[in-house]
Design a binder for this molecule. Structure first.
Ligand code: PLP
Length: 380
């Protein structure tokens, strides 16, 4: 059997990783400024993280959600305190799409309605309703097309106000659009969503799958705007590579047995990974580091010729170039062994490093980026 060929691949096979660095089979060293799609939060193979998972693996790695799993309670308590949502409840699952799928379902249960508002350039995952709420026709099969999704222009308040009726069950928006090219929702736009959700008895869902877990320099990106969603979805950085995701659920939502469920979600090993990540974020002040290093990186990027705009908060950075970014990313990888990310905007590079990246590593990137960009601009 072969693997199903749905991913374009780099011809690189990493076999070892540490902090912000990877090594391939030939021993070549790479600087990781992408964290495998924003997943690596506390750095590759952090010793505390490896220790916690190993310890758990040697005790019990899995049993289903039909027994007491105190690691779930510990994870929920720690997440509540660190995120500022101690009065919310946590539903654990396995991926970002699954978290959004459950959030949308919960919003529909709660309101007994079925229309969902989502936005242009938004990405919420590849499962049925999550992909329907995603702005990406090539990802949607005929079965995913549903009249329940109302797709509206991002950051545009007038169409939102016009299309918001009492039929709407929920609005879903990313804390910062990631795949869409690191686009920040304005405070005014988020506040408008919040107000309209209140007015029409709809649920405000913040997809923090990519922008959450300290990446933006606050625990959640929406905390830069002072809004309070009813549901918040998390994944990626939550397990530093171990598959774990969750929905933070406001106290007004009533839990009913069997309304949501999963076999693997919240298993012992996943919780051990999730707890280790939260402990490290706290012990090493990684939210503050994301803010500090993000400011340093952003300010430096703005001074580089060929850079049109730098967007984002903390260590979720989009660099829009005056030219397409594909050749720049290739040169960074081929000539300087640096991983960066693309986006759906062909001129925008995404920089999503581990939250404990240091100034020295950022300087290595800045020097290489400057060199590659100026060489490309000269040769144009
Ligand atoms: N939501 C956002 C904002 C994402 O960026 C992603 C993945 O890139 C998802 C949801 C889907 O997450 P997953 O790939 O874990 O299903």
């Amino acid at each position: 059997m072969k693997t199903f060929d749905v991913y374009p691949l780099f011809n690189i096979e990493p076999v070892k990783a540490e902090g912000s660095w990877l090594w391939d089979k030939q021993g070549k060293k790479y600087l990781d400024l992408y964290g495998g799609h924003a997943v690596i939060s506390v750095g590759h193979t952090h010793p505390y993280y490896v220790g916690k998972i190993t310890e758990q693996l040697n005790k019990i790695s899995f049993y289903s959600n039909s027994v007491l799993i105190p690691q779930q309670t510990e994870l929920a308590e720690k997440l509540g305190v660190l995120s500022g949502y101690a009065d919310y409840n946590l539903f654990l699952c396995n991926s970002g799409a699954e978290a959004n799928e459950n959030a949308l379902k919960l919003a529909s249960f709660h309101t007994n309605k079925k229309k969902i508002i989502s936005f242009s350039k938004g990405f919420h995952g590849r499962t049925s309703l999550a992909v329907a709420a995603t702005d990406g026709a090539s990802m949607q099969a005929p079965v995913n097309k549903t009249e329940n999704i109302i797709m509206l222009p991002f950051n545009d308040e007038a169409p939102l106000e016009k299309n918001f009726t009492d039929d709407v069950a929920a609005v879903i928006v990313e804390g910062i659009q990631g795949v869409g090219g690191v686009q920040i929702p304005t405070t005014s736009f988020l506040k408008k969503i919040e107000a309209l959700c209140k007015k029409h008895n709809a649920v405000f869902i913040l997809d923090e799958v990519q922008s959450g877990y300290g990446r933006s320099g606050k625990f959640f990106a929406h905390q830069h705007s002072g809004v309070k969603p009813g549901l918040i979805t998390v994944a990626k950085g939550m397990g530093n590579g171990f598959p774990i995701a969750g929905v933070l659920i406001g106290p007004e939502f009533k839990a009913v047995h069997s309304m949501l469920g999963t076999t693997f979600g919240g298993n012992h090993l996943a919780c051990a990974a999730g707890i280790a990540v939260l402990d490290i974020i706290k012990m090493e002040n990684l939210v503050e580091n994301a803010s500090k290093m993000g400011n340093y990186l952003t300010e430096a990027l703005k001074t580089i010729p060929g850079v049109k705009e730098v967007r984002g908060y903390g260590l979720m950075v989009g660099v829009e170039l005056e030219i397409p970014c594909a050749p720049i990313r290739s040169a960074l990888l081929d000539e300087y062994s640096i991983f960066t990310g693309s986006s759906s905007d062909k001129n925008t590079i995404r920089i999503l490093p581990a939250l404990n990246i240091g100034k020295q590593e950022i300087d290595i990137f800045l020097e290489a980026f400057n060199a590659v960009l100026s060489k490309t601009l000269v040769n144009k």
